[in-house]
Design a protein around this ligand. Structure first.
Ligand code: ZN
Ligand code: ZN
Ligand code: ZN
Length: 353
């Protein structure tokens, strides 16, 4: 993700911020500009943007910003909407009568907004269920109950369901460890599930993409229930790293696709962030991993992205080890995985606006 600044005092601010830490201006994200803007009060709950590209336009806070404190997006003041574009995607929110659920809801929406930013930056069309009831994307954040069936995180025909327990760090870490996964995050879940959505939207009905897809990932018509049972019975093959990005990706071609798609979004977001900060790697020994290229990720070739990605991951993991944290990037990319990532890149380059 790119960097943002307060329009009043130039302080570097994060995408998630609601106030400038230095000058205390209200901050909000304006999706029409793809920018965080600083605002000044314009009366009656309205806020005038100080962003140079906004031409003094007046906005309101999303209801979930002004009242619920879980959003930071803005709506044009004359819009009839009460929820911002990001919040409109959520069809079911957690029961706020339960302690902790508001925090979980905040974490879920925050991860979802970052996902939406990346999809938009890649030029991918993301209609919400509100704008396009038939083909739009919707989210349900559900909770396990004592009497009902367990809530499964997954995707079904544009509806992404997430078990809100995934927003509980202790629960998520327990599952991650029990499943032997090196990486499990809310953002990763959202990226993965949108992979299933875009498969239906972009590949399954287009022979130009479906044939090369099946060559790389296998036949997605393979029995899913059988594959699931076999995976939980036998686990992944010992040499799964030679062909897939994760153990889970070996379960079924559809899961291999969703895992690869999610990984591509991860690479693009991280590279975009490091490029925006002007991060460079200039070791004394130039034969060591070096990074100086600053081509915007949306203009970069796949080869260019990969060339920059490897040095960055060395530095990223070394920094994490110095922090006493596990590797930030606990993956290796075997060449069949790189080929699959290249397919995702080509698809997005072809269909992105
Ligand atoms: Zn400021
Ligand atoms: Zn909102
Ligand atoms: Zn999946």
């Amino acid at each position: 993700m790119r960097t943002f600044h307060c329009n009043r005092c130039s302080q570097l601010v994060f995408y998630e911020n609601v106030r400038c830490e230095r000058c205390e201006s209200l901050l909000g994200y304006v999706p029409e500009l793809a920018e965080i803007s600083a605002f000044e009060e314009a009366g009656e709950g309205r806020w005038r943007s100080l962003h140079p590209r906004a031409a003094d336009a007046v906005f309101r806070q999303c209801h979930n910003y002004a009242v619920e404190n879980i959003c930071n997006w803005m709506i044009p003041a004359d819009s009839p909407d009460t929820l911002c574009r990001a919040c409109q995607f959520t069809r079911t929110i957690p029961n706020l009568g339960t302690p902790d659920n508001r925090l979980y809801w905040y974490r879920l929406e925050t991860a979802k907004r970052r996902l939406l930013y990346t999809l938009a930056a890649l030029g991918l069309d993301v209609p919400s269920c509100q704008n396009d009831p038939e083909h739009g994307l919707a989210f349900e954040f559900l909770e396990d109950s004592d009497d009902g069936p367990r809530v499964m995180t997954g995707h079904d025909n544009g509806l992404i369901t997430l078990n809100i327990a995934e927003a509980d760090d202790a629960y998520r870490e327990k599952v991650r460890s029990a499943m032997g996964e090196p990486y499990r995050t809310l953002l990763g879940h959202f990226r993965h599930e949108t992979g299933h959505y875009y498969f239906n939207k972009l590949i399954v009905n287009d022979p130009r993409w479906l044939a090369p897809f099946r060559k790389l990932f296998g036949d997605e018509r393979a029995d899913y229930g059988e594959a699931l049972k076999a995976y939980y019975r036998n686990g992944a093959p010992a040499d799964w790293q030679a062909s897939t990005i994760s153990a889970y990706a070996t379960m079924h071609p559809s899961e291999d696709w969703a895992e690869t798609w999610a990984h591509y979004l991860l690479i693009v977001d991280v590279l975009d962030t490091s490029t925006s900060y002007g991060l460079a790697l200039l070791p004394d020994d130039p034969s060591e991993p070096t990074l100086t290229d600053r081509t915007p990720v949306e203009d970069a070739s796949f080869e260019n992205l990969m060339k920059r990605w490897f040095p960055l991951t060395y530095a990223l993991n070394s920094l994490n080890r110095s922090l006493g944290m596990p590797d930030g990037y606990p993956f290796t990319l075997a060449s069949p995985v790189v080929d699959k990532l290249r397919f995702v890149h080509r698809l997005i380059a072809a269909v992105g606006r």
